[in-house]
Design a protein. Structure first.
Ligand code: GLC
Length: 754
């Protein structure tokens, strides 16, 4: 009996023993995390109990380097007296924005941290912010990656993660611990001068790529260095101003805000982004910096964001100066704090500190409200390891794997650049003829790196990386058996045209670049999306030379080329492809790289026809090149679309779908499969289709590869109302992938919203 009982009993408890062995480590880990978190909370509470009111408000203030450098610029030479005034007298807790060599960065930040930690009363280390939005773009030795609009055409989250990783490595090594990136705004307005900073027009692409960037950037942990916080920006509705011009009013209905603009931020918050920067502009008449609805109700309560909410540069002051949204800066400060601002990027003024102190003394702001923000700032400093790793070791080069990073930069450009048109002239395989190269970016480095490179508006040629290729040098290396004739284009005169025609007679193919000069933010406002006249005339001249012309577009947004496009034998969109951009373009021209980029935005046909692919059925979508368009040197065939069901009767049901893609070409390539879902009817009118999933895979010649996707009603078949509540409606849907369109129905008994 006993034995049997023991045997039986033993057998009964064995599953529980197994379960215990499995979950015990998880419980221990959770306990230790909880312990660590509460230990940090204890440290924060203890530190805050010692802080004066001014010391607390100082932690909510961010000052530009230009206020504390010897020459009042971003150059990395400290003005000790100005800096001590900022940190010792005003108790400022964070600084931003400089440019220089890696060594200058390390010395500069170590000097700042040393004074802050060893000379201030409480020795709180500093947050140091930068805009490393396309690699470590403010470091002379940085790896300047393709700007996001180009990179997003890769549709490759792993590639974006690799880019985030090398950006983080090259940033952390300098002692910088806060990166104002990624932009999570939607690139849906082709006029907007910051389009090239976005991941394109689609909410899912922006959210997926932005989340991949955030997760990778924030998890990089290098021994002896602090970690790096990312910053999703610019919350919310910044990228679709009515006029297309930067920081001008946007009128965005709540339903569109939720269905389009908020999606990437929601995904970024789910990815754990540590900070969010606010849109400088106004949405529906309210400056976002003073909108409690957006910054507290939506961002913190609805989306659950618990990180730092930071203003954009001088934006509390701009509530008065730009928007006339408050009678003076003190009132604007009150409105911003009440709305939910935690840190003011005050840049070159200490007024914020004074106003907050006065507002507290007058009882308009409670110290408890200030403590809410200060706790967030201190929590981030602990989380990044700043109290343990305050100073950077000066052997930066040990973490700086330059060649590996450059290979990633070329891969990023090569897999993002989009082949828009090819009549068969490309690739120029084993080409040994004569190439006539011309165009504004044909021998430029700065135009390939784009703005936000060493300088806000992009640095001059002499400051660009010495060993970087231009298109001219890259073509010479890519086509060793060819002659490259470079025709400098500046002004077009009759004589120039004659010279050009004479040269063209000697060549076999003309490669011409066209697009845009560099600009950042409002400096890129334009009244007309057409190429400027000089560039148009230049392209016409190449067309009139009666030789095949290959057009390379170097631009931050899709400038109109309709009318010229039909005479081009091939067209490549490179955007701002970065430090290895020329090498990647040359590789695509020669066939060394098989292009796999697809447009993450709509390329308009007409100047004022800005309709994204997710337009309404009553709108005409007549782009020059549609969202998702991109050619390859391989050919891919979609076969066997499978759906395990075409009827959904219960909310929890899902539909598994798959499609097989074969490479029917002769060379290996990568294909991005875009899964769209169309909701055929809706009380709130529905877009003709919405991207529901995307995936990119490598496929060898003759290989068949399966792409899978699961339709989840709550995630893929609902849409938000103007309050952000998910609406679920029965009805017909269409799944679209490649050449396939397949109908399925949702017919639920209970369609109450989620
Ligand atoms: C700029 C930009 C913002 C950037 C900030 C700090 O005005 O709007 O994207 O992060 O200032 O440089």
């Amino acid at each position: 009996m006993n034995n049997m009982f023991i045997n039986t009993g033993y057998k009964n408890i064995l599953p529980f023993v197994r379960l215990g062995v499995l979950i015990l480590p998880i419980l221990l880990l959770l306990y230790s995390c909880q312990e660590k978190r509460s230990e940090t909370d204890r440290k924060i509470d203890e530190l805050m109990s010692k802080m004066t009111l001014d010391e607390k408000i100082g932690q909510m203030t961010q000052i530009c380097f230009s206020t504390i450098t010897h020459d009042g610029t971003k150059s990395l030479k400290l003005h000790p007296d100005s800096f001590r005034s900022a940190v010792i007298n005003h108790h400022v807790g964070s600084f931003l924005s400089g440019t220089g060599s890696a060594r200058e960065w390390i010395v500069f930040i170590n000097e700042m941290q040393k004074i802050a930690v060893e000379e201030s009363r409480l020795g709180i280390p500093l947050l140091i912010g930068i805009d490393h939005i396309h690699g470590a773009n403010y470091v002379n030795e940085g790896t300047f990656l393709p700007h996001n609009l180009t990179l997003s055409c890769s549709f490759d989250t792993l590639l974006v993660s690799k880019c985030a990783e090398i950006t983080a490595i090259e940033t952390i090594g300098l002692g910088i611990n806060w990166n104002f990136s990624p932009v999570l705004d939607l690139g849906k307005n082709p006029y907007w001068p910051r389009l090239y900073e976005t991941y394109g027009e689609d909410p899912l692409v922006c959210g997926k790529l932005g989340s991949a960037y955030i997760k990778t950037m924030q998890k990089i942990n290098i021994k002896n260095y602090s970690r790096l916080a990312a910053c999703g920006k610019h919350f919310i509705g910044y990228s679709d101003p009515k006029s297309g011009w930067d920081r001008t009013p946007a009128e965005i209905p709540g339903q569109i805000l939720y269905e389009q603009h908020i999606v990437p931020f929601e995904m970024g918050i789910d990815a754990g982004v540590e900070s969010i920067m606010i849109n400088s502009g106004e949405v529906n008449g309210i400056p976002v910096h003073t909108s409690k609805q957006l910054l507290t109700h939506v961002l913190q309560k609805q989306l659950g964001f618990e990180g730092i909410i930071i203003t954009d540069i001088k934006d509390i002051m701009k509530v008065v100066e730009m928007h006339s949204g408050a009678k003076n800066e003190k009132e604007a400060t009150l409105m911003a704090i009440e709305a939910g601002v935690d840190v003011s990027m005050a840049c070159n003024s200490y007024d914020f500190i004074r106003y907050v102190r006065e507002l507290i003394k007058e009882g308009n702001i409670t110290e408890e409200r200030i403590d809410h923000s200060v706790k967030k700032v201190l929590k981030l400093k602990y989380k990044l390891g700043l109290f343990e790793q305050t100073y950077m070791k000066e052997h930066y080069d040990t973490v700086y794997r330059k060649q590996t990073h450059l290979q990633i930069a070329q891969k990023a450009a090569g897999e993002s650049i989009v082949l828009l048109k090819n009549t068969g002239i490309l690739p120029l395989k084993d080409f040994n003829g004569t190439i006539l190269l011309t165009g504004f970016a044909s021998n430029s480095k700065r135009l390939l790196n784009g703005s936000w490179t060493l300088e806000w508006q992009g640095a001059e040629e002499r400051r660009q990386p010495r060993d970087m290729y231009t298109l001219k040098t890259a073509l010479a290396e890519e086509f060793p058996g060819s002659q490259i004739i470079h025709f400098i284009n500046d002004t077009i005169t009759t004589d120039k045209k004659r010279q050009f025609r004479a040269m063209a007679r000697q060549c076999d193919v003309i490669v011409v670049t066209a697009g845009e000069e560099l600009y950042s933010e409002f400096k890129g406002n334009i009244p007309n999306l057409k190429l400027d006249k000089t560039q148009q005339d230049w392209l016409k001249m190449t067309i009139n030379a009666d030789k095949p012309v290959v057009l390379i577009l170097i631009e931050g947004r899709p400038r109109i080329i309709t009318g010229l496009e039909k005479d081009m034998k091939a067209i490549i969109f490179a955007g701002y492809p970065g430090v290895m951009g020329a090498n990647a373009i040359a590789g695509i021209l020669s066939g060394r790289i098989n292009p796999s980029g697809k447009l993450s935005f709509t390329y308009p046909r007409h100047v004022h026809h800005n309709v994204p692919y997710y337009h309404k059925i009553s709108e005409e979508y007549i782009p020059l090149y549609p969202f998702g368009h991109g050619l390859s040197y391989s050919t891919f065939k979609y076969n066997h679309l499978q759906m395990n069901d075409t009827l959904i009767k219960h909310k929890r049901e899902k539909i598994d779908v798959s499609v097989e893609v074969s490479n029917t070409g002769s060379i290996e390539g990568k294909e991005t499969v875009l899964w769209y879902i169309s909701d055929l009817t809706g009380r709130i009118t529905r877009p003709v289709k919405k991207l529901a999933h995307f995936e990119k895979k490598h496929i060898k010649p003759g290989e068949k590869v399966l792409f899978n996707f699961t339709i989840i009603p709550e995630q893929h078949l609902t849409y938000p109302n103007r309050h952000g509540n998910k609406i679920l409606e029965n009805g017909k849907f269409v799944l679209r992938v490649g050449p396939y369109e397949k109908c399925f129905v949702m017919d639920l008994e209970d369609t109450s919203t989620y």
